[in-house]
Design a protein around this ligand. Sequence first.
Ligand code: ATP
Ligand code: MG
Ligand code: MG
Ligand code: MG
Length: 428
Amino acid sequence: MVPFKNVFTGAETRDYSRAVSSQKCLRAGGKHNDLDNVGYTARHHTFFEMLGNFSFGDYFKDQAIGFAWDLVTGTFGLDRDRLLVTVYHDDDEAFDLWRKIAGLPEERIIRIATSDNFWSMGDTGPCGPCSEIFFDHGTDIPGGPPGSPDEDGDRFIEIWNLVFMQFEQPGDGTRHALPKPSIDTGMGLERIAAVLQGVHDNYDIDLFKKLIAASVDLTGVKAEGKERASHRVIADHLRAMSFLIADGVLPSNEGRGYVLRRIMRRAMRHAHMLGTRAPLMHRLVPALVDEMGTAFGELRRAQPLITETLKLEEERFRSMLERGLRLLDEEVGKLSPSQALPGDVAFRLYDTFGFPLDLTQDALREDGRVVDSAGFETAMAEQRAKARAAWSGSGQKSTEKLWFDLRDEAGGTEFLGYSALDAEGKTL
Ligand code: ATP
Ligand code: MG
Ligand code: MG
Ligand code: MG
């Protein structure tokens, strides 16, 4: 929704007031980070597709609820007795509309007071209460309804989130009504596919079944027992890394490149756990392109680059992975049963063997062990301070200073891209 931010606040107008979208989403860092859930819950991916509908000061709460109810119970034909919804605790308007439009009984409209049901982009900007629609996958699956102590189970799965954008926060702690309240919704394609295909688990939908089958085929290891999670992680991460590369990201040690590298290395550890000793991930790319390359042409176009990048990263990381895992084993052997892995060991794995912190955490997870992450941060900060001291002592100019000096020498430049045309007559 970020590209629409100014449309919601009224600062920008478009020649349409409604929109629908299908977005590629990645949740592997920052505010929304589902990396730790992947492979272990029925409903989380790092990369997934989100469908949405938007109103820019056009329809509001009543129609958004009406459209959503119509789609899930009418078009999709879902059993209304298996649906329940949440509203923000003080949003009586939404509560009443769910009663009236959907005819839902009061006990299936759950009031939630946490930020789960209040959406904002940050401390400033448009915001508002949300209403989430959940599907009940049945009593044989552990988990309670939203708001209950065991809500993190996978029985009740959120399929759709409706955001009622009705306020704006200027950033001084106050909140005022938006002149034209708006709608922003998001529905997880894989989750609704699971419901419509009559399966509980996202990883059992047609698309994931094929990717997991390819992983089983190439490794010769069944997706059962403790190997099941590894195949799921591999299938999920294969999508995330391939789409990132198709969209122009390459593995590196910072920013989004590091998000990609973390995903790649995490997948490689799971491939290693399945017993593969030669690069695996790049051999799965054809299965992904077969599944998704028609809908996403960029995937097919980037296939050679994706394949090369995955192969190279895996070749480069392989020996470090093996050596690092040996060190990790030795260090864990020295600990008492529930003791956390010391931060300096996790840091050594990071610094010397290229283990992202989440890879180490994931490796320890099977034994129910954690990393002393505060200790890790301290070790990291110490090393940064040392590097800074060495750098400032070296007499080299900082990058920032270089740019300023360059500007002083060459003079500023004016950006013409909005109005000027290039040699071929296209807007720059
Ligand atoms: P959950 O509470 O299950 O983690 P969420 O509230 O974090 O979901 P939203 O931020 O509301 O999710 O995203 C909108 C929709 O996108 C969700 O209703 C869900 O259908 C889907 N979705 C969210 N996160 C994921 C994910 N990691 N993998 C697959 N689908 C997701
Ligand atoms: Mg979430
Ligand atoms: Mg939620
Ligand atoms: Mg939600």
